[in-house]
Design a binder for this molecule. Structure first.
Ligand code: FAD
Length: 385
Protein backbone atom coordinates (compact mmCIF):
# COMPACT_ATOMS: atom_id res chain seq x y z
CA UNK A 1 0.00 0.00 0.00
CA UNK A 2 1.32 3.44 -0.89
CA UNK A 3 0.20 6.77 0.60
CA UNK A 4 0.82 10.33 -0.50
CA UNK A 5 0.88 12.81 2.37
CA UNK A 6 0.57 16.46 1.46
CA UNK A 7 1.97 18.79 4.12
CA UNK A 8 4.99 18.19 6.30
CA UNK A 9 3.85 19.96 9.47
CA UNK A 10 3.00 18.33 12.80
CA UNK A 11 0.04 16.44 11.32
CA UNK A 12 1.64 15.31 8.06
CA UNK A 13 4.84 14.09 9.68
CA UNK A 14 2.99 12.35 12.54
CA UNK A 15 0.83 10.59 9.95
CA UNK A 16 3.89 9.66 7.88
CA UNK A 17 5.60 8.15 10.91
CA UNK A 18 2.41 6.31 11.92
CA UNK A 19 1.82 4.82 8.45
CA UNK A 20 5.47 3.91 7.99
CA UNK A 21 5.33 2.17 11.36
CA UNK A 22 2.54 -0.08 10.13
CA UNK A 23 4.31 -0.95 6.89
CA UNK A 24 2.68 1.48 4.47
CA UNK A 25 4.95 3.10 1.89
CA UNK A 26 4.73 6.88 2.20
CA UNK A 27 6.00 10.03 0.58
CA UNK A 28 5.48 13.48 2.10
CA UNK A 29 5.06 16.41 -0.30
CA UNK A 30 5.66 19.74 1.42
CA UNK A 31 4.88 23.06 -0.28
CA UNK A 32 7.71 25.15 1.11
CA UNK A 33 11.44 24.66 0.65
CA UNK A 34 12.11 25.09 4.35
CA UNK A 35 9.49 24.71 7.07
CA UNK A 36 9.25 27.70 9.38
CA UNK A 37 6.64 26.90 12.05
CA UNK A 38 4.11 29.67 12.67
CA UNK A 39 4.72 29.86 16.39
CA UNK A 40 7.61 29.64 18.83
CA UNK A 41 6.40 26.73 20.93
CA UNK A 42 3.47 24.49 21.64
CA UNK A 43 2.11 22.74 24.71
CA UNK A 44 1.69 19.05 24.07
CA UNK A 45 -0.93 17.82 26.52
CA UNK A 46 -0.83 14.18 27.72
CA UNK A 47 -3.20 13.01 24.95
CA UNK A 48 -0.68 14.30 22.38
CA UNK A 49 2.28 12.99 24.38
CA UNK A 50 0.73 9.50 24.43
CA UNK A 51 0.44 9.65 20.64
CA UNK A 52 4.10 10.67 20.23
CA UNK A 53 5.07 7.89 22.67
CA UNK A 54 3.04 5.45 20.55
CA UNK A 55 4.94 6.71 17.52
CA UNK A 56 8.25 5.88 19.21
CA UNK A 57 9.40 9.35 20.31
CA UNK A 58 8.98 9.03 24.07
CA UNK A 59 12.60 9.59 25.11
CA UNK A 60 13.27 12.30 22.52
CA UNK A 61 10.18 14.22 23.61
CA UNK A 62 11.17 14.05 27.27
CA UNK A 63 14.42 15.84 26.33
CA UNK A 64 12.51 18.67 24.64
CA UNK A 65 9.76 19.23 27.20
CA UNK A 66 9.95 21.94 29.84
CA UNK A 67 9.39 21.11 33.52
CA UNK A 68 5.82 22.43 33.82
CA UNK A 69 4.78 21.31 37.30
CA UNK A 70 2.47 24.08 38.53
CA UNK A 71 -0.14 26.35 37.07
CA UNK A 72 -0.90 29.84 38.31
CA UNK A 73 -3.12 32.78 37.40
CA UNK A 74 -2.14 36.26 38.54
CA UNK A 75 -3.95 39.57 38.60
CA UNK A 76 -2.82 41.84 35.77
CA UNK A 77 -2.31 44.99 37.80
CA UNK A 78 -1.54 43.98 41.37
CA UNK A 79 0.28 40.73 40.51
CA UNK A 80 -1.62 38.91 43.29
CA UNK A 81 -1.89 35.15 42.93
CA UNK A 82 -5.49 34.40 41.98
CA UNK A 83 -4.86 30.66 42.11
CA UNK A 84 -1.87 28.33 42.05
CA UNK A 85 -1.92 24.54 42.03
CA UNK A 86 0.15 21.51 41.13
CA UNK A 87 -0.42 19.69 37.83
CA UNK A 88 0.58 16.44 39.52
CA UNK A 89 -3.01 15.25 40.22
CA UNK A 90 -3.67 15.55 36.48
CA UNK A 91 -0.50 13.64 35.61
CA UNK A 92 -1.39 10.91 38.10
CA UNK A 93 -4.95 10.56 36.86
CA UNK A 94 -4.18 10.45 33.12
CA UNK A 95 -0.82 8.66 33.34
CA UNK A 96 1.33 11.14 31.42
CA UNK A 97 2.87 14.61 31.74
CA UNK A 98 2.27 17.64 29.53
CA UNK A 99 5.32 18.89 27.59
CA UNK A 100 5.68 22.46 26.38
CA UNK A 101 8.24 22.27 23.53
CA UNK A 102 9.87 24.68 21.09
CA UNK A 103 8.23 24.19 17.69
CA UNK A 104 11.45 24.13 15.72
CA UNK A 105 12.67 21.29 17.93
CA UNK A 106 9.39 19.38 17.64
CA UNK A 107 9.51 19.76 13.87
CA UNK A 108 13.14 18.57 13.80
CA UNK A 109 12.27 15.55 15.97
CA UNK A 110 9.42 14.55 13.65
CA UNK A 111 11.55 15.03 10.54
CA UNK A 112 14.45 13.06 11.98
CA UNK A 113 12.15 10.24 13.12
CA UNK A 114 10.46 9.99 9.73
CA UNK A 115 13.58 10.58 7.66
CA UNK A 116 14.29 13.95 6.07
CA UNK A 117 15.15 12.22 2.80
CA UNK A 118 11.59 10.97 2.36
CA UNK A 119 10.14 14.50 2.31
CA UNK A 120 9.86 16.26 -1.07
CA UNK A 121 10.19 19.98 -0.28
CA UNK A 122 8.92 22.70 -2.64
CA UNK A 123 5.99 20.50 -3.78
CA UNK A 124 2.68 22.33 -3.46
CA UNK A 125 -0.33 20.14 -4.19
CA UNK A 126 -2.99 21.90 -6.26
CA UNK A 127 -5.44 19.13 -7.15
CA UNK A 128 -6.47 15.56 -6.45
CA UNK A 129 -8.60 13.13 -8.42
CA UNK A 130 -10.01 9.66 -7.81
CA UNK A 131 -8.87 6.79 -10.00
CA UNK A 132 -10.65 3.42 -10.13
CA UNK A 133 -8.12 1.92 -7.71
CA UNK A 134 -6.34 4.89 -6.20
CA UNK A 135 -5.73 8.63 -6.26
CA UNK A 136 -3.69 11.06 -8.31
CA UNK A 137 -2.27 14.31 -7.01
CA UNK A 138 -1.06 17.21 -9.13
CA UNK A 139 1.54 19.66 -7.91
CA UNK A 140 2.07 23.29 -8.80
CA UNK A 141 5.19 22.50 -10.83
CA UNK A 142 3.24 20.06 -12.99
CA UNK A 143 4.45 16.86 -11.32
CA UNK A 144 1.81 14.16 -10.93
CA UNK A 145 1.95 11.36 -8.35
CA UNK A 146 -0.32 8.35 -7.90
CA UNK A 147 -0.91 6.20 -4.83
CA UNK A 148 -3.50 4.02 -3.11
CA UNK A 149 -4.57 6.83 -0.80
CA UNK A 150 -3.83 10.45 0.01
CA UNK A 151 -3.67 12.16 3.38
CA UNK A 152 -4.28 15.89 3.09
CA UNK A 153 -2.37 17.44 6.00
CA UNK A 154 -1.89 20.77 4.28
CA UNK A 155 -2.99 22.95 7.18
CA UNK A 156 -5.71 25.49 7.81
CA UNK A 157 -5.56 26.91 4.25
CA UNK A 158 -5.83 23.37 2.83
CA UNK A 159 -5.89 23.23 -0.96
CA UNK A 160 -7.63 19.84 -0.90
CA UNK A 161 -10.32 20.51 1.73
CA UNK A 162 -12.79 21.94 -0.82
CA UNK A 163 -12.47 18.77 -2.92
CA UNK A 164 -13.15 16.54 0.10
CA UNK A 165 -16.08 18.63 1.38
CA UNK A 166 -17.48 19.57 -2.02
CA UNK A 167 -17.61 23.21 -0.86
CA UNK A 168 -15.39 26.02 0.31
CA UNK A 169 -14.96 26.88 4.00
CA UNK A 170 -14.35 30.24 5.57
CA UNK A 171 -11.89 30.98 8.31
CA UNK A 172 -13.52 32.89 11.19
CA UNK A 173 -11.53 35.62 12.96
CA UNK A 174 -11.66 34.81 16.68
CA UNK A 175 -11.30 38.46 17.68
CA UNK A 176 -7.80 38.55 19.13
CA UNK A 177 -4.15 38.80 18.20
CA UNK A 178 -1.47 36.57 19.69
CA UNK A 179 2.23 37.49 19.91
CA UNK A 180 4.56 34.66 20.87
CA UNK A 181 8.24 33.87 21.20
CA UNK A 182 10.97 32.42 23.39
CA UNK A 183 13.00 34.21 26.05
CA UNK A 184 15.64 33.09 28.57
CA UNK A 185 14.07 32.14 31.90
CA UNK A 186 14.23 34.80 34.57
CA UNK A 187 12.81 33.71 37.92
CA UNK A 188 12.28 37.34 38.85
CA UNK A 189 9.47 37.26 36.27
CA UNK A 190 7.98 33.84 37.07
CA UNK A 191 9.00 30.45 38.53
CA UNK A 192 10.82 28.19 36.08
CA UNK A 193 8.58 25.18 36.75
CA UNK A 194 5.23 26.90 36.35
CA UNK A 195 2.74 27.87 33.67
CA UNK A 196 2.08 31.43 34.77
CA UNK A 197 -0.70 33.57 33.28
CA UNK A 198 -1.62 37.18 34.06
CA UNK A 199 -5.21 38.03 33.15
CA UNK A 200 -7.23 41.26 32.99
CA UNK A 201 -9.13 43.51 30.56
CA UNK A 202 -9.88 40.46 28.37
CA UNK A 203 -6.14 40.14 27.67
CA UNK A 204 -3.58 37.64 28.89
CA UNK A 205 0.15 37.17 29.21
CA UNK A 206 1.46 33.67 29.65
CA UNK A 207 4.77 31.90 30.28
CA UNK A 208 5.55 28.19 29.99
CA UNK A 209 8.96 26.59 30.47
CA UNK A 210 10.50 24.70 27.53
CA UNK A 211 13.88 22.93 27.55
CA UNK A 212 17.14 24.88 27.38
CA UNK A 213 16.24 27.30 30.19
CA UNK A 214 13.70 29.15 28.04
CA UNK A 215 10.19 30.43 28.58
CA UNK A 216 7.64 30.22 25.78
CA UNK A 217 5.75 33.52 26.14
CA UNK A 218 2.56 34.74 24.59
CA UNK A 219 0.48 37.88 24.75
CA UNK A 220 -3.19 37.93 23.68
CA UNK A 221 -5.09 41.15 22.97
CA UNK A 222 -8.65 41.46 21.60
CA UNK A 223 -8.23 43.68 18.52
CA UNK A 224 -9.76 44.31 15.12
CA UNK A 225 -8.33 42.35 12.23
CA UNK A 226 -5.85 43.83 9.78
CA UNK A 227 -4.01 46.42 11.90
CA UNK A 228 -0.76 47.74 10.48
CA UNK A 229 1.47 46.20 13.15
CA UNK A 230 4.56 44.04 12.67
CA UNK A 231 7.80 43.00 14.31
CA UNK A 232 9.20 46.52 14.10
CA UNK A 233 6.35 47.91 16.16
CA UNK A 234 5.93 44.86 18.45
CA UNK A 235 7.62 46.19 21.60
CA UNK A 236 5.87 49.55 21.43
CA UNK A 237 2.54 47.85 20.64
CA UNK A 238 2.86 45.53 23.64
CA UNK A 239 3.95 48.40 25.93
CA UNK A 240 0.84 50.31 24.88
CA UNK A 241 -1.59 47.38 25.18
CA UNK A 242 -0.15 46.33 28.54
CA UNK A 243 0.35 49.78 30.02
CA UNK A 244 -0.40 49.66 33.76
CA UNK A 245 0.14 45.88 33.97
CA UNK A 246 2.32 44.42 36.75
CA UNK A 247 6.12 44.77 36.87
CA UNK A 248 6.93 41.18 35.68
CA UNK A 249 4.88 41.82 32.51
CA UNK A 250 6.83 45.04 31.88
CA UNK A 251 10.14 43.18 32.45
CA UNK A 252 9.05 40.51 30.00
CA UNK A 253 8.20 43.08 27.32
CA UNK A 254 11.60 44.70 27.87
CA UNK A 255 13.34 41.35 27.32
CA UNK A 256 11.61 40.03 24.23
CA UNK A 257 13.42 40.02 20.91
CA UNK A 258 11.00 41.77 18.52
CA UNK A 259 12.86 40.38 15.51
CA UNK A 260 11.91 36.80 16.40
CA UNK A 261 8.42 37.46 17.78
CA UNK A 262 5.40 36.06 15.90
CA UNK A 263 2.20 38.09 15.55
CA UNK A 264 -0.84 36.03 14.59
CA UNK A 265 -4.48 36.97 14.08
CA UNK A 266 -6.26 33.96 15.54
CA UNK A 267 -8.84 32.14 13.43
CA UNK A 268 -10.80 28.91 13.42
CA UNK A 269 -13.23 27.22 11.03
CA UNK A 270 -16.76 26.06 11.85
CA UNK A 271 -16.39 22.32 12.43
CA UNK A 272 -17.68 19.93 9.78
CA UNK A 273 -18.51 16.19 9.82
CA UNK A 274 -16.81 15.14 6.60
CA UNK A 275 -13.14 14.23 6.84
CA UNK A 276 -12.98 11.70 4.03
CA UNK A 277 -13.89 11.41 0.38
CA UNK A 278 -13.11 8.04 -1.18
CA UNK A 279 -9.41 7.45 -0.67
CA UNK A 280 -8.57 10.97 0.50
CA UNK A 281 -8.61 11.91 4.19
CA UNK A 282 -8.17 15.30 5.84
CA UNK A 283 -5.86 15.33 8.84
CA UNK A 284 -4.76 18.01 11.31
CA UNK A 285 -5.74 21.64 10.70
CA UNK A 286 -6.95 20.72 7.21
CA UNK A 287 -9.74 18.76 8.92
CA UNK A 288 -10.26 20.87 12.04
CA UNK A 289 -8.94 24.38 12.51
CA UNK A 290 -9.20 25.56 16.08
CA UNK A 291 -8.21 28.57 18.12
CA UNK A 292 -5.28 27.67 20.39
CA UNK A 293 -7.27 28.36 23.57
CA UNK A 294 -7.11 24.83 24.95
CA UNK A 295 -3.80 23.98 23.28
CA UNK A 296 -5.25 21.06 21.38
CA UNK A 297 -4.85 21.71 17.63
CA UNK A 298 -1.49 19.99 17.29
CA UNK A 299 -2.44 17.28 19.80
CA UNK A 300 -5.56 16.52 17.75
CA UNK A 301 -3.39 16.19 14.62
CA UNK A 302 -1.25 13.63 16.47
CA UNK A 303 -4.42 11.80 17.53
CA UNK A 304 -5.62 11.76 13.91
CA UNK A 305 -2.34 10.15 12.86
CA UNK A 306 -2.61 7.40 15.45
CA UNK A 307 -6.25 6.62 14.65
CA UNK A 308 -5.51 6.61 10.92
CA UNK A 309 -2.74 4.05 11.40
CA UNK A 310 -4.94 1.95 13.69
CA UNK A 311 -7.83 1.83 11.23
CA UNK A 312 -5.66 1.16 8.17
CA UNK A 313 -3.82 -1.57 10.02
CA UNK A 314 -6.66 -3.33 11.78
CA UNK A 315 -9.46 -3.40 9.18
CA UNK A 316 -9.54 -5.62 6.13
CA UNK A 317 -12.52 -4.34 4.13
CA UNK A 318 -10.37 -2.05 2.03
CA UNK A 319 -8.96 1.47 2.11
CA UNK A 320 -12.26 3.34 1.65
CA UNK A 321 -13.77 1.39 4.51
CA UNK A 322 -10.79 2.03 6.79
CA UNK A 323 -10.94 5.77 6.01
CA UNK A 324 -14.68 5.82 6.78
CA UNK A 325 -13.85 4.28 10.16
CA UNK A 326 -11.18 6.95 10.68
CA UNK A 327 -13.83 9.60 9.99
CA UNK A 328 -16.32 7.92 12.32
CA UNK A 329 -13.77 7.88 15.14
CA UNK A 330 -12.51 11.42 14.61
CA UNK A 331 -15.37 13.65 13.48
CA UNK A 332 -17.12 14.07 16.84
CA UNK A 333 -13.89 14.32 18.80
CA UNK A 334 -12.39 17.10 16.69
CA UNK A 335 -15.65 19.03 16.51
CA UNK A 336 -15.84 18.93 20.29
CA UNK A 337 -12.27 20.26 20.61
CA UNK A 338 -12.90 23.15 18.19
CA UNK A 339 -16.09 24.17 20.02
CA UNK A 340 -14.53 23.83 23.47
CA UNK A 341 -11.64 26.05 22.37
CA UNK A 342 -14.05 28.60 20.92
CA UNK A 343 -15.95 28.77 24.20
CA UNK A 344 -12.73 29.15 26.21
CA UNK A 345 -11.54 31.79 23.72
CA UNK A 346 -14.63 33.93 24.28
CA UNK A 347 -14.38 33.80 28.07
CA UNK A 348 -10.64 34.50 28.11
CA UNK A 349 -10.81 37.33 25.58
CA UNK A 350 -13.79 39.28 26.82
CA UNK A 351 -16.40 38.48 24.15
CA UNK A 352 -18.82 39.32 27.00
CA UNK A 353 -16.83 41.25 29.62
CA UNK A 354 -19.35 40.44 32.35
CA UNK A 355 -18.72 36.74 31.83
CA UNK A 356 -14.97 37.33 31.69
CA UNK A 357 -15.05 39.27 34.96
CA UNK A 358 -17.06 36.44 36.55
CA UNK A 359 -14.28 34.06 35.44
CA UNK A 360 -11.64 36.30 37.04
CA UNK A 361 -13.66 36.17 40.28
CA UNK A 362 -13.93 32.38 40.05
CA UNK A 363 -10.16 32.08 39.71
CA UNK A 364 -9.76 33.44 43.24
CA UNK A 365 -11.86 30.45 44.47
CA UNK A 366 -10.16 27.90 42.23
CA UNK A 367 -8.34 25.06 44.04
CA UNK A 368 -7.27 23.43 40.81
CA UNK A 369 -9.98 20.77 40.98
CA UNK A 370 -12.25 22.31 38.37
CA UNK A 371 -9.52 23.33 35.94
CA UNK A 372 -7.83 19.94 36.14
CA UNK A 373 -11.16 18.07 35.78
CA UNK A 374 -11.80 19.96 32.52
CA UNK A 375 -8.33 19.15 31.24
CA UNK A 376 -8.69 15.52 32.28
CA UNK A 377 -11.94 15.16 30.35
CA UNK A 378 -10.31 16.55 27.20
CA UNK A 379 -7.23 14.37 27.57
CA UNK A 380 -8.93 11.03 28.23
CA UNK A 381 -11.20 11.62 25.24
CA UNK A 382 -8.16 10.93 23.04
CA UNK A 383 -7.60 7.60 21.28
CA UNK A 384 -5.08 6.33 23.83
CA UNK A 385 -7.21 7.17 26.89
P1 FAD B 1 0.46 22.96 9.80
O1 FAD B 1 1.33 22.96 11.00
O2 FAD B 1 -0.09 24.25 9.33
O3 FAD B 1 1.26 22.26 8.62
C1 FAD B 1 0.75 22.21 7.32
C2 FAD B 1 1.91 22.02 6.36
O4 FAD B 1 1.40 21.88 5.05
C3 FAD B 1 2.84 23.22 6.33
O5 FAD B 1 4.17 22.79 6.45
C4 FAD B 1 2.57 23.87 4.98
O6 FAD B 1 3.70 24.50 4.43
C5 FAD B 1 2.14 22.66 4.17
N1 FAD B 1 1.25 23.00 3.04
C6 FAD B 1 0.31 23.97 2.97
N2 FAD B 1 -0.32 23.94 1.80
C7 FAD B 1 0.23 22.93 1.09
C8 FAD B 1 0.00 22.39 -0.21
N3 FAD B 1 -0.94 22.91 -1.00
N4 FAD B 1 0.76 21.34 -0.62
C9 FAD B 1 1.71 20.80 0.20
N5 FAD B 1 1.97 21.27 1.44
C10 FAD B 1 1.23 22.31 1.88
N6 FAD B 1 -1.68 23.13 19.27
C11 FAD B 1 -1.41 22.39 20.38
O7 FAD B 1 -1.62 21.17 20.36
N7 FAD B 1 -0.91 22.98 21.52
C12 FAD B 1 -0.63 24.31 21.58
O8 FAD B 1 -0.16 24.81 22.60
C13 FAD B 1 -0.90 25.10 20.43
N8 FAD B 1 -0.64 26.42 20.45
C14 FAD B 1 -0.89 27.17 19.35
C15 FAD B 1 -0.62 28.53 19.39
C16 FAD B 1 -0.87 29.32 18.28
C17 FAD B 1 -0.61 30.78 18.35
C18 FAD B 1 -1.40 28.73 17.11
C19 FAD B 1 -1.68 29.56 15.89
C20 FAD B 1 -1.68 27.37 17.06
C21 FAD B 1 -1.43 26.58 18.17
N9 FAD B 1 -1.68 25.21 18.16
C22 FAD B 1 -1.43 24.45 19.27
C23 FAD B 1 -2.25 24.55 16.97
C24 FAD B 1 -1.19 23.87 16.12
O9 FAD B 1 -0.16 24.77 15.80
C25 FAD B 1 -1.81 23.34 14.85
O10 FAD B 1 -2.99 22.65 15.14
C26 FAD B 1 -0.83 22.39 14.15
O11 FAD B 1 0.31 23.09 13.74
C27 FAD B 1 -1.52 21.74 12.97
O12 FAD B 1 -0.59 20.94 12.28
P2 FAD B 1 -0.84 20.61 10.75
O13 FAD B 1 0.30 19.75 10.36
O14 FAD B 1 -2.22 20.12 10.57
O15 FAD B 1 -0.78 22.00 10.02
Amino acid sequence: MKAIITGGGIGGLSAAIALKQCGIETCVYEAVKEIRPVGAAISIWPNGVKCLNWLGMKEKLQQLGGPMEYMSYRDFRGNQTMTRFSLDPLVQSVGERPYPVARAELQAMLLETYGRGAVRFGKRVVAVESLSDGVRATFEDGEVAAADLLIAADGTHSALRPWVLGRATERRYAGYVNWNGLVTIDEAIAPANQWTTWVGEGKRVSLMPVSGNRFYFFFDVPLPKGLAEDRDSARADLQRYFSGWAAPVQSLIARIDPQTINRIEIHDIDPFDTLVRGRVALLGDAGHSTTPDIGQGGCAAMEDAVVLAMTLQSHSLGIEDALQRYQARRAYRVKDLVLKARKRCDVTHGADMQQTRAWYDELYQETGDRVLAGMRETIVGGPLG
